[in-house]
Design a protein around this ligand. Sequence first.
Ligand code: PHB
Length: 599
Amino acid sequence: MHLAIRIIEDEHRSLAAVLSALGEAVAEVRAGRLPGDDAVLEAMVCYIRDFPERLHHPKEDQHLFRLLRRRAPELVPVIEELEAEHRRGGELLRSLQEAVAGCAAGRGSVESLSAAVATYAEFEWAHMRREEEILLPGASRVLTEGDWAELDAAFGMQADPLSGVEAGPELRERFRRITALAPAPIGVGTARGEPEGRGGEGALPRGARTRTQVGIVGAGPAGLFLAHLLRRQGIESVVIESRTRQAIESTVRAGVLEQGTVDLLDELGLGARMHRQGAEHHGVELRFDGRGFRLALSELTGRSIMLYAQNEVMSDLAGAWTQAGGELRFEAEALGVAGMEGPRPVIRFRQGGRDEELACDYVAGCDGYHGVCRAALPRSRREFFRVHPFAWFGILAEVPRLSPELIYALHERGFALASTRSERLQRLYVQCDPHDRVEDWSDDRIWSELHARLSTRDGFGFADGPIVQKDVIGMRSFMVEPMQHGRLFLAGDAAHIVPPTGAKGLNLAVADVFVLSRALAERYATGSEERLARYSETCLRRAWNAQRFSWRMTTLLHRFADHDEFQRRLQLADLEEVARSRAAALSLAENYVGLPFPD
Ligand code: PHB
């Protein structure tokens, strides 16, 4: 990567860190823990004035934009918008300075200061994103070696002290003032690293952080999506994961992504491989009584689903996170979390035989059902369990697709599901006894059950082939209420488990962290904890609905040992209704493709 690009990106991250710290400081003022005339507020605004406004933007205007105008006429409209944004940024900064001065002099309210910080921060984040997503890739394409030499020299000459690159003495002094003035957790050290590790010249430590804004326990879908969503908002996080990277990228899990999940991966710029290798499906088949019925998802709802395995999503998220310099500590076993009621919670973990601590502003418990975070909720929490009287026997088989769309089948021998991973690799399941072990199922037994349960009156058939993986998947339902306590927020399987029949597990985790990321962004930008306070309530509403839907799909499609003929007839009548009634089909389809993410 060219030095100039690295410096621009570093400088963006530094500005994002100061903006987050400013949001944090204003939150402290709101909470009455910091006086409205505290010098740290002024120091931060002066930093923004001196660094991005007086140094960073002019460098872009004078060098990068000038060269790009010459080399890429197609980028001129974007450049003009970005130049206009630099001017607008200056105006917003003046409003921010006035709000800080007003608050310090006791003239203005802390609310108007909060609003000015939020407006400026949102504006700058959007601006930096546009530069990074549109302009810098364009520059990499069109600029010549000579252009880069000029840019590298211009940008390398004097840079931001936060980015760890050599900076002018005045700015370095400004930065020192912020860190010296800001009490923990406001100091930008919260966002960028350990202050005591910083060298005399303001360089940041290369090693691992022991302090961050959001500590994330668990690098499953919830944890990694959250890390990316926060990063997009300029919020730092560190992810602690007990397993190896190989384990999280290879564990076979479900493979249905709701459209909301797909859209979010796209927004994060991480959807390319999914679109290349995944398959968009517009319907699923419900098969019962020897007949198939197509639930036309897209016709009914206007939305679709994506078949793309969870472990592939994990690999995309983890790869992008570490590549962008994000910290992800594998084989770091979380031992517990503490101090959730206070201002400085910590995550205790053991890595490489050493006990360590990560101090955070907030902790996200994304450590699954067996994780340690849930134990930090008070004893007054409520937990709800259901263990189902059956399990799924799952296989990966190297055979061609059985059918263009997923088949969910109810047969008198039990449930079966034909899903897919690629043209040549299929994920197939049959309902089994929860006590079954992998050794109980020979390949012959598996294929004969699949053939029987997927059979139709008009002779549906498919080819057997090599089975490359077998596993038994337990079926249970679990919920905890509330999903938060003090500065701890649970997300994904740590808070709720749904049976796989509705394909909701991963999607529910993503919806949780979407809500959490927005609430944290609001908190850091404006100091308001209002959204954070509603986190549990917002997520539980969606999670209970997903629980209800998974329950419905499970009871609709499984064979229950204690059902008599009366109950079996009712089950078939229920399925018939879905096939006959658009209203019944719509209700199922709407839930299957996923409700919009909560606001
Ligand atoms: C899967 O592809 O593994 C899968 C698909 C649908 C489900 C559950 C699992 O409901």
